[in-house]
Design a protein around this ligand. Sequence first.
Ligand code: ADP
Length: 158
Amino acid sequence: MSIAVYPGSFDPVTFGHIDIIRRASIIADRLIVGVLHNSAKTPLFTVEERMEMIRRAVSDIPNVEVKSFSGLTVHFAREEKASFMIRGLRAVTDFEYELQLSQTNRKLAPDVDTVFLTTNLKYAYLSSSIVKEVASYDGDISEFVPDFVAEKILEKYK
Ligand code: ADP
């Protein structure tokens, strides 16, 4: 059975992430979305809130689980017995950082590979930070995130 992890901050989950989760769930028998506990960043949503939103957004996909982790992604992947990690690539700007990250991870854990999925062009511009910025100025984010996520973001900025 192939197990994959899809790590990220998901603060909050967007249609871009959901698209990657759907496609990755076809490639892997079991996909574990890993929500990062990062003490260096101040997120808008708690880890629990972020996990709950992802669970709700992909509740129709049976082979997807959502967990939280802290520390190195390769340690998380090993704990979950995953043979690969999924990352999404939006634009060339993602590439340099993602390449460096995947090569570092390969050094740390040669048994865990990184698989890149290129973004659906519809969502190539989309990031959690852009969504938060638009929402903070009272802009329409209905094209970027599911309705229930948009409501939660607006509550935070009220
Ligand atoms: P980070 O790990 O930088 O905090 P995120 O949590 O926002 O990033 O995203 C996790 C993963 O999802 C990363 O691989 C990122 O490239 C990918 N991703 C984010 N937004 C999109 C999008 N719109 N389309 C495809 N992949 C995306």
